[in-house]
Ligand binder design. Structure first.
Ligand code: SF4
Length: 64
């Protein structure tokens, strides 16, 4: 799995961090998403899929 984020679309909702805290973080200054791991290990894949689904801005794209 490869993850891409679009920080221009991100509205700093934080849903991705709630679902996959090991893969996503948010910038302190404005809450915009930070991708911690663009190739997460297998055990993170379900969390990442939930995060992409939960993102209200559709800012997370997955390549499986
Ligand atoms: S869930 Fe989407 S909009 Fe919210 S912080 Fe994550 S990437 Fe940004």
């Amino acid at each position: 799995m490869k993850i891409a984020i679009d920080t221009d679309k991100c509205i700093a909702a934080g849903a991705c961090v709630m679902e996959a805290i090991e893969v996503f973080d948010q910038r302190d200054e404005d809450g915009v998403v930070i991708l911690l791991d663009e190739n997460p290990s297998e055990d993170q894949h379900d969390n990442v899929r939930r995060a992409a689904h939960a993102c209200p801005a559709k800012a997370i794209t997955l390549q499986e």
